[in-house]
Design a protein around this ligand. Sequence first.
Ligand code: DGJ
Length: 790
Amino acid sequence: MIYIDEEKLLFHLQTEETSYIIRVLESKHLGLVYYGEILDINNDYHHLEVKHNIEVGNQVIYDDQDKTFNLNLAFLEMPTFGKGDFREPMLHIRLADGSRITDFKYLEHKIIEKPIFKEMPETKAYMAHIETLVITLKDEVNNILVDLHYSVFPKSNTISRRAIIKNISKKSIVLEKALSMNLDIHNDDYFLTTFDGAWIRERMINSRKLEQGILKIDSKKGVSSSDHNPFIVLSKDKTNEEYGKCIGLGLIYSGSYETIIEKSPYDILRVQMGINSFDFFWELKPKENFITPEVVLSYSIKGLNNLSQNFHSLIKNHIIKPDFLNKERPVLFNNWEATMFDFTQGKLLKLAKIAKELGIELFVLDDGWFGKRDDDTKGLGDWFVNKNKLPLGIKKLAEKINKIGLDFGIWVEPEMVNVDSDLYRSHPDWCIKHPKIKPSFGRNQLILDFSKKAVREYIINVLSELIDSANIKYIKWDMNRNFSDLFSSDLNHKEQGKLLHLYQLGLYEVLDTLTSKYSDILFESCASGGNRFDMGMLYYMPQVWTSDNTDGYTRQLIQYGTSYLYPQSVMGAHVSDAPSAQVVRKTPIETRFNISAFGLLGYELDVTHLTKFEKKVIKNQIEFYKEHRDLLQFGQFYRLKNPYETNNMYLAVTSKDKKECILSIFKTLEQPNSGFESIPMYMLDKNYQYHVVNRKQYMNLKKFGYLVKHALPIKFNPNGLLFHSLSNNYLYEIEKFEAIISGDKLVNNGFIPKQNFIGTGINEEVRLMGDFGSRMYYFKAVEDENERSN
Ligand code: DGJ
């Protein structure tokens, strides 16, 4: 809800649990009064504002009518530079006469239904009624307007913000910095958490205490990047998953961006987000507007899980296309890690047949099916089948895959081109590079210039032809390099600073066209794994390939970090081979599943090499996943133990009514003679009784090595053929857990699994997890009185 005190020009934006209050100051600038836990709309909040009563030394006084007021100490909603605020401006404009002095003051306001801006990804009301407050500020001298948009998402406890700059003057101006929002809050000894990394190491959690000065977190790569996800969390010391104050801010954008955090010597914390101002300049001609991407903000006093759940709810209900909101995603098989570029139709069909036997539903043909694509040096751009590998073409292949009983999906990387391709030979001017400079390459490829209309049209047509040519149910949209050699032959010298943003707008236009035209197709975005994992991409494609790293342990860290902003229903998560191709680590196959099951499950390994043991295990996994798919994909997500800080990770999902829950516990290294663990289950309902069982998991006897002599009644040579064959065929089931446990015990006391292995022997009461071991438990509220415990 948005409440306005028209007399005081005070605006109170209320979600179910938070209040955001802004006001027009005496100077007519727009200031922040409060952001935090929900407040009553009827109270007077002037006491929450700070204002000096006497002139502060060595400050620039804004107006000598009021010597107590200076912009440098004010809590501003849209600061600029030039009138005494020496902190980072949100907007910096070069005016026609070369000056950069702007001063925006309140002009008017209105409340509207959330408007739709076609050109960019954004939050959408979809089925809900979402109010937007638009406050217009004006620079009188230069005739520039800025509309500040505030949309309120009550159920997600989130507000979104963006600025729209309108040049109503008769002269061109140049935007040198045009961020989406500014937030000035009291310094509260906040910690800043960012989600940083690199290829195969995305979204690792980093926290540090904020000190005075300016911190910039950004991407200059032309993609939001795996270096720093466009999302931050500010939290009080000791805030944890369950308790404490925190604020999250995320940008809905997929290109170069910046987040600026400035702690001033006056203990005001300034936070800004938007398009990266580095190397950006945008000429805004008379009557032109510039729309900044949206930022979403959420506040929680109930810890980090609650903050994440707010964002998860926003992404599910207001960012991804509603058709995919609760649409269960298929268990897929992807041939990349199995074959890379080296496949034939026969090989693919062989993989597909086994995949079908295992319970898989969708077969995805990855890179290498087109042009002369036998390795990554050639073929990109030629979206026509490679007849040497697939002589019957895509249509026939899809039919054969369908006949096996699987849906068919295909990989494309439409934004790229290899110099060794027919596309490049016909249109060398279609890529981003300077005519006089030898371009630098990334993965042997150049980037097509999506700021050009001809390029966009070509890509839309060629992909439409491909999609229309066969029964395609899924598309993986990949993107495998960062930007360099920034120059577009279509732009003049005044426009080159626009290129990266124009590229984004062009890409968004292509995505909008294709995903609307083929709205039944499931699109998954990918950029060397998670190099462009952002809400911008999610707006068009409802899931993302989380990382090229499928190692069972690193995946825990990656998915844990990713979950701070993104729900599990958008994270592609595959079981691949062990040792893993990325770190050569061996993790148990059950652990690889247990982590992938907290995402959108797929298998990406050479299934023709699977042992009987592995096949049976995978079949069981997929059966379990399908049975609980709705809960696993769309349940409320909880982080219960942090693998960055401890030797364990606990994750859980619960149904809305709390009647069902799946908990997974992961151990990094086995600890000798350790005690019982108590796993926090505060999210369950105290009034229910829960029937708790563990998922049937199996251990390969080989794990025991020579110890098998002690474990089994019959003596085997652990290196012998007989044992080899036994371990490949025999399913050694782990300890069974089954109990009825009351909700209040679980909520107050936690869940206590069976005792750990302590080196003294093993029986069905002992839980031997081993290094990188894990377990999964299913909790179901007991409906039947007879089943209840006392
Ligand atoms: C990078 C992706 O992240 C991988 O999954 C795979 O599709 C390769 N590209 C193919 O080139």
